[in-house]
Design a protein around this ligand. Structure first.
Ligand SMILES: CCCCC/C=C\C/C=C\CCCCCCCC(=O)SCCNC(=O)CCNC(=O)[C@H](O)C(C)(C)COP(=O)(O)OP(=O)(O)OC[C@H]1O[C@@H](n2cnc3c(N)ncnc32)[C@H](O)[C@@H]1OP(=O)(O)O
Ligand SMILES: CCCCCCCCCCCCCCCCCC(=O)OC[C@@H](O)COP(=O)(O)O
Length: 377
């Protein structure tokens, strides 16, 4: 093991990375809060400022993926579509099977210049996560309770708000609604069977209502669907803790650009269209399992230095006062202050561990297990 790899595995380094993320993140959340009065005066300016503030948080995690763990991301897509990525609004339909799929999504957003403005239809629980969840309020992320009766009006309203968004964005939809587990897969395939739909091997049965409502409400402002299928080489199941430990993964993403006009306007036809899309996605995953690659040419976008520069900037901002504080603590020699510092450090690392836990599949929700008996008939 080289010195760098040894350093990457050290808890102290993880603590420093987490400290920078947490303290700078809370600071940025605070600045976001201060932009509230601006929304009344100039909504578009407030949005543009929040896009940059959001970038400052999200790109720290991207920096850890790209520069600390060195994870590589390969894009399979046709070169004509590639020219349009980042230059138009799009709805991204992505499979949901990995703990870091959101982070790989962010990496591609960063490389195409839409990281600060990217959006998602996210479960409500994520809005309570400090730093990321709080940042999302100001980025107008669309939250859902995964209870259609409540979601139908709230989600539509939030989507309507995005119609005059001032910068290009990608709107991420995990139509499966929850992460893939063998148990959830088995149950969703029972639902598929009861509906006379073909079986899927690598995906859960997609939920169609969120897709339909998104397409309907964003029609005219979004140019295309980016049908995206993600997998990792060597059957790896990457984790955020692995990334923090400096483990290098290799992500492969296959993206097909489908003009939005080809999605039917009628609700049941739109649902059938989505089911067909997932059958095709399943085919791509089968090809990946057999051959280790997706169809089409490879056009990998290079990583950019901005995420690293941003991380270095925030490190300087928050590590300098920490250094001064630690020096004062040690020179004071007071047992009370030293014990207080140790307690605060432990609380911070437990808080960070809880946040990382939000990404872990084994700590995931029961959605798709519990709801099945009532919903499936
Ligand atoms: C290219 C690079 C990528 C770029 C990335 C871009 C941007 C990045 C930005 C941010 C990154 C951060 C990422 C954070 C990720 C967080 C993601 C999440 O939180 S996923 C969870 C929340 N999202 C969703 O759930 C979206 C999909 N869901 C829906 O659309 C739902 O329809 C809904 C709107 C949420 C409503 O759900 P609800 O359960 O209330 O109703 P449904 O109508 O869906 O359910 C009833 C329906 O489903 C059938 N059913 C029952 N059981 C099952 C089952 N087990 N499996 C499948 N189907 C089931 C039931 O029969 C009903 O069927 P029908 O519709 O025919 O009546
Ligand atoms: C700079 C880097 C510091 C590294 C440490 C920072 C750790 C901070 C982690 C905060 C992460 C919070 C964002 C979580 C996004 C998780 C997205 C996700 O995958 O959610 C799951 C839902 O879609 C479905 O939930 P389930 O129904 O499967 O349950």
């Amino acid at each position: 093991m080289g010195l760098l790899q040894f350093l990457k595995s050290q808890f102290l380094c993880h603590l420093i990375i987490c400290y920078v993320f947490l303290v700078s993140g809370l600071l940025i959340n605070l600045i976001q809060l201060c932009t509230l009065p601006l929304w009344l005066i100039s909504k578009q300016l407030a949005r543009r400022i929040n896009i940059r503030l959001g970038y400052c948080i999200a790109s720290q995690m991207v920096a850890v993926l790209e520069w600390w763990s060195g994870t590589e991301c390969t894009l399979y897509t046709d070169p004509k579509s590639y020219q349009l990525y980042g230059k138009e609004n799009a709805i991204v339909v992505l499979n949901h099977a990995f703990e870091i799929d959101f982070l790989c999504g962010w990496t591609f957003c960063e490389r195409f210049g839409v990281l600060g403005s990217s959006k998602v239809l996210a479960k409500q629980e994520l809005s309570y996560v400090p730093v990321i969840g709080w940042m999302w309020y100001f980025l107008e992320i669309v939250f859902c309770k995964r209870k259609w009766e409540e979601d139908r009006t709230n989600v539509a309203r939030s989507l309507q708000n995005l119609r005059d968004y001032p910068e290009n964005y990608w709107f991420l939809l995990h139509c499966e609604g929850t992460r893939f587990t063998p148990k959830k897969h088995q149950i969703s395939m029972q639902v598929a069977e009861s509906k006379g739909l073909p079986q899927l091997k690598y995906h859960l049965l997609p939920r169609t209502k969120g897709f339909y409502i998104t397409v309907q409400n964003l029609r005219g402002t979004v140019a295309a669907i980016y049908d995206s299928t993600l997998n990792f080489r060597n059957n790896e199941a990457p984790t955020l803790l692995g990334i923090l430990n400096g483990k290098k993964y290799h992500a492969d993403l296959y993206v097909r650009r489908i003009p939005l006009e080809s999605v039917p306007e009628d609700e049941s036809e739109c649902a059938a269209w989505l089911h067909k899309l997932y059958q095709e996605k399943d085919g791509f995953q089968e090809q990946y399992a057999q051959t280790g690659r997706f169809p089409g040419p490879i056009t990998s976008p290079p990583r950019r230095p901005w995420s690293l520069i941003n991380w270095l900037f925030w490190s300087c901002v928050v590590l300098y006062p920490l250094g001064l504080l630690l020096a004062q603590l040690l020179s004071s020699g007071s047992v009370f202050t030293i014990v207080t510092a140790v307690v605060v450090c432990s609380a911070v690392s437990m808080g960070m561990r809880w946040m990382i836990g939000q990404t872990e599949i084994e700590k995931g929700s029961n959605y798709g297990i519990k709801a099945a008996p009532e919903n499936s008939n």
